[in-house]
Design a protein around this ligand. Structure first.
Ligand code: IPM
Ligand code: MG
Length: 370
C-alpha cells in the first residue's frame, strides 16, 4: 500500500480539538490496515502569528505543495481582530488557497435523516436534501486588484475591492461543476448577478458557451444570487449543483449549511487542476470556522472535520469504500441519538467533542469487524 503524506494544519479556536478526533480516526484505521497515512503537523492562522509573526510560513506552503493532501482545522479569533489586514489569521488560509491554486471549492449540504428536526426549516423541506455548492476559490473580489483603503481628503477615506474574473478562471471551475454533474442529476444552476455586474455577465456567457459546446447533456440553469439565497430557504431541493463565484459561494454555503441543522456538519474540499501525472492538489476543511465562543471547552461538533477527512479519501485518493465507511459510522452514531451541543433538541442530552469522536471510532470498529 502506498504511504500517504498528509499535512495537518489545526489552526485556531475549535480547529485543534476537531482535528484531534480525526487524528484518532487516522491512527485507528492505520492500525486496521485500511490505509497507511503519515501525518505531519504545522501552524497556520493565529497560532502561527503568535509564534512566527506571520499567518503562515513559506516553508509550510512548500510542505503543503509536497504533501498528498492538506487537512485544515480553522483560522481566526477575537485575539487577532485588530491586526492590520495583511497580518490577520485569515490571510494564512487565503494564501494556501491561492498558492496551491485550489480554485474549486466543493461544499456539499446533505441532510442527515436523524437530524432533520435540528434544522430551522420544516422537515419536509429538507428531508433527503443533497446539494453540492461549487464555489470558485482563488479569484473574484477576495483577490482582485486594486484593493485598499485610501485617504481622499477632508478626513474622508475610501475603501475599495475589485470583483474580477477572466474567461479562463470561469471556465476551469465551471468544468469541475459539469464533470461532477455527470454522476449526479445532470443539472447545474449557475449563480451570479449578471443584471448588475459585468463580471457576472461574463460568468453567465462563459458558462453558457462551455455548457453548449462540451456538456450538452447537462441541464444548465441560471439564477441571480439574491434569488438563489431566497430559493435555498424556500425550496432547497430544487437544486442539485450550484456553481458560483467566491463571495456568493461564501455566503450561500453558510445558508446551505444551516439547512442541514448545523454548520458543525458541513465539510468541504478545495481542489486544484489535475496535473500531467494525474495528481491534483487538495485541501480539506470544515465550513464552520474557529467558533471562539466554544473553543477549548470540548463542546465542538467534530463531524464536519471528520466528514472533511472522508471527502479527502474520496476526492484525493479514490478510496470510496473507506470514505463511505466513515460516513456510515457517522450516520449510525447519529441514528443512535448521539448529539453534540449544536445539533441537540431542547430536552436532549449532549456529548462532548471527545465523546462524539470516540463513539464514531467505536462504530467504525463494529463496521469493520474482527
Ligand atoms: C470560509 C470562510 C473564509 C472565507 C474565511 C475564514 C477567510 O468564511 O471558508 O467560508 O471567507 O472564505
Ligand atoms: Mg465562509
Amino acid at each position: 500500500m502506498d504511504k500517504i503524506k498528509l499535512l495537518i494544519l489545526p489552526g485556531d479556536g475549535i480547529g485543534p480539538e476537531a482535528v484531534d478526533e480525526v487524528k484518532k480516526i487516522i491512527d485507528f484505521l492505520n492500525k486496521k490496515n485500511c490505509f497507511s497515512i503519515i501525518v505531519e503537523e504545522d501552524l497556520v492562522g493565529g497560532a502561527c502569528l503568535d509564534k512566527n509573526k506571520v499567518p503562515i510560513k513559506e516553508e509550510t506552503i512548500e510542505k503543503a505543495k509536497k504533501s498528498d493532501a492538506v487537512l485544515l482545522g480553522a483560522v481566526g479569533g477575537p485575539k487577532w481582530d485588530n491586526l492590520p489586514f495583511e497580518q490577520r489569521p485569515e490571510q494564512g488560509l487565503l494564501k494556501l488557497r491561492s498558492d496551491l491554486e485550489l480554485f474549486a471549492n466543493l461544499r456539499p449540504a446533505i441532510s442527515f435523516e436523524p437530524l432533520i428536526h435540528a434544522s430551522s426549516l420544516k422537515p419536509e423541506i429538507i428531508k433527503d436534501l443533497n446539494i453540492l455548492i461549487i464555489r470558485e476559490l482563488t479569484g473574484g473580489v477576495y483577490f482582485g486588484e486594486p484593493r485598499g483603503i485610501e485617504d481622499i481628503g477632508n478626513g474622508n477615506k475610501k475603501g475599495f475591492n475589485t470583483q474580477v474574473y477572466t474567461s479562463e478562471e470561469i471556465k476551469r471551475v465551471a468544468r469541475v461543476a459539469f464533470e461532477l454533474a455527470k454522476n449526479r442529476k445532470k443539472v447545474v444552476t449557475s449563480v451570479e448577478k449578471s443584471n448588475v455586474m459585468e463580471s457576472g455577465k461574463l460568468w453567465k456567457e462563459e458558462v453558457t458557451k462551455l455548457g453548449k459546446k462540451d456538456y450538452p447533456e447537462i441541464d444548465l440553469n441560471h439564477m441571480y444570487a439574491d434569488n438563489c439565497a431566497m430559493q435555498l430557504i424556500r425550496q432547497p431541493k430544487q437544486f442539485d449543483i450550484i456553481l458560483t463565484d467566491n463571495l456568493f459561494g461564501d455566503i450561500l454555503s453558510d445558508a446551505a449549511a444551516m439547512l442541514t441543522g448545523s454548520l458543525g456538519m458541513l465539510p468541504s474540499a478545495s481542489l486544484g487542476a489535475v496535473d500531467s501525472t494525474g495528481r491534483r492538489a487538495g485541501m480539506y476543511e470544515p465550513v464552520h470556522g474557529s467558533a471562539p465562543d466554544i473553543s477549548g471547552q470540548d463542546k465542538a461538533n467534530p463531524i464536519a472535520m471528520i466528514m472533511s477527512f472522508a471527502m479527502m479519501l474520496k476526492y484525493s485518493f479514490d478510496m470510496n469504500e473507506e470514505s463511505d465507511l466513515i460516513e456510515k459510522a457517522v450516520q449510525n452514531v447519529l441514528s443512535k441519538g448521539l448529539r453534540t451541543l449544536d445539533i441537540k433538541q431542547k430536552d436532549e442530552k449532549h456529548v462532548s467533542t471527545k465523546e462524539m469522536g470516540a463513539a464514531i471510532i467505536q462504530e467504525l470498529d463494529t463496521l469493520i469487524g474482527n
